[in-house]
Write a protein that binds this ligand. Sequence first.
Ligand SMILES: *Cc1c(COP(=O)(O)O)cnc(C)c1O
Length: 393
Amino acid sequence: MKPIPYGRQHITAEDIQAVVQTLQSDFLTQGPKVAEFEKAFAEYIGADYAVAVANGTAALHLCALALGVTAGTWVITTPITFVASANCIKYAGGEIYFADIDPETALLDIQKVNALIQSKPRGYFSGIIPVDFAGYPINLEAFRNLADAHGLWLLEDACHAPGGYFVDTAGKKQMCGNSQFADLAIFSFHPVKHIATGEGGMITTNCRDLHEKLLLLRTHGITKDPEQLDQNPGGWYYEMQELGYNYRMPDMLTALGISQLKRADAGLQRRQQIAGKYDAAFAIRPEIKILNPAVNKSRVEENAIFHAYHLYVILVHDRKGLYDFLRAHQIFAQVHYIPVHTMPFYQSLGFKIGNFPEAEEYYAHCLSLPMFPGLQDEEQDFVIRKVLEFIGR
Ligand SMILES: *Cc1c(COP(=O)(O)O)cnc(C)c1O
């Protein structure tokens, strides 16, 4: 049996053709495929605007800048996420604080966020970065209400959840990253994510001003738009109006993104199918806790939650034992995530082990099993067999 990773990209002959065609065209960097990908992605997610950028981390950085994060800006996020969700605030000179997770979902616990906000003077915090961890949609309607009560902005890290949705109190389906409740949302096209372009990212928003700001910041803060120029002495002229970056996504990668996006729904269906099979095998074993199982969950049965399943996470008593056992059988399960506040960098800022006990308890037991559309049935059967074999020892 070949090694089985926890996640893997899926590249077809059509994907390759799309990239080759762009390589043969006149455009290597900013060609027509960028706007085409942005338009298709915005439509898929149901947002007004989408801005393609170099990667998910660049997306977060630009969002922090567009939201005005600067020295003295305090922002709240979850410790159970990839470090970039927190780092983006530090890049912009701001300060990050964490609120603990809800152990049931491993998502940012809104009660804890509320308590944290209440513990400080009004105006202390400026924003919240909720994460659709593992692909399970966080209830952004509730976060919007909380944010509005305190004048905060919301930046949704939807890297794990393109295609996921929850149903709001008005009965409307709200796609992750549609910016209905959040001011901005971001995605990544890293190879383990749903849509893979190698490097790549996207920002979605419904706010015209933020959209314009992001376009400027993505390309050095430079504009050539005659309507935005202070003066216009000739055709060569451009102005650098803000300190921006080169965070552009090249045409050949957006061409790959367009091709991948066409298979996004098929990929989601396959992920659901894989999750259903894991759920059925593990739900009957009391030694295994499934994170956000589809079975026996009324919200899921009512179609009120659609889990995008970037990750399939189980929690077991002897996580290290299971991790090592699976590895010995060429199954490369992973741990998502080491709590961000325990990273040496964040400890150097004053965070300590013990600060967020639910996140630390989750981390002690979690394991992400192979979950990607190209996972073969025999491979999944093998994974299930090995997990049960370890648990039954
Ligand atoms: C992948 C990921 C990112 C960063 O994306 P890159 O494209 O790798 O920079 C940020 N946040 C989360 C939750 C992610 O999973």
